[in-house]
Design a protein around this ligand. Structure first.
Ligand SMILES: N[C@@H](CCC(=O)N[C@@H](CS)C(=O)NCC(=O)O)C(=O)O
Length: 145
């Protein structure tokens, strides 16, 4: 069965858990404790030399990075509705994955990290980025499913 190496409070792991759930993919969650540095053990570094979560193992296939994992799951289990194979459709998916890594990460995700984990960031700047990012998302969702 597929394994997800997961930290419960990680937003990047949350993205993967959501898609696994939406696509109803059977999987086993393997908890990785970031405070205990489980992600820096030789076993985990063999899965992901960057020493981060999430990581999935699907048979012999091992993938780290949440965006890459989403692409893998969408292609393998979701079909064309989830990851179109035409050039424009695939680029649109990539556009939103990049939005997640840039605007969403630098806005709401880092503001959350400040408030939950005392991460050393400029909260006002993160909140301003978050407002722009969420307005952009709202505009897109106002006329798209
Ligand atoms: N680009 C990676 C980032 C992964 C990442 O930074 N994960 C965090 C948890 S959200 C982590 O493992 N942090 C521990 C560390 O960097 O030591 C992804 O999208 O999966």
């Amino acid at each position: 069965m597929m394994k997800l190496y997961d930290a419960a409070l990680s937003g990047n792991c949350h993205k993967v858990r959501m898609l696994l759930s939406m696509l109803e993919v059977a999987h086993e969650v393997v908890p990785i404790s970031l405070p205990d540095l489980d992600h820096k053990t030789p076993e985990h570094l063999a899965r992901n030399p960057l020493g981060t979560v999430p990581v999935i193992e699907d048979g012999d296939v091992v993938i780290y990075d949440s965006q890459a994992i989403l692409v893998y799951l969408a292609r393998k289990f979701g079909g064309d509705d989830w990851l179109p194979s035409d050039a424009a459709g695939e680029a649109l998916v990539q556009q939103w994955l990049s939005f997640a890594v840039n605007e969403i990460w630098n806005g709401p995700a880092l503001a959350r990290a400040f408030l939950l984990f005392n991460r050393d960031v400029d909260l006002a700047r993160c909140q301003a980025t978050a407002q722009g990012a969420l307005a952009h998302l709202d505009a897109r969702l106002s006329d798209h499913d």
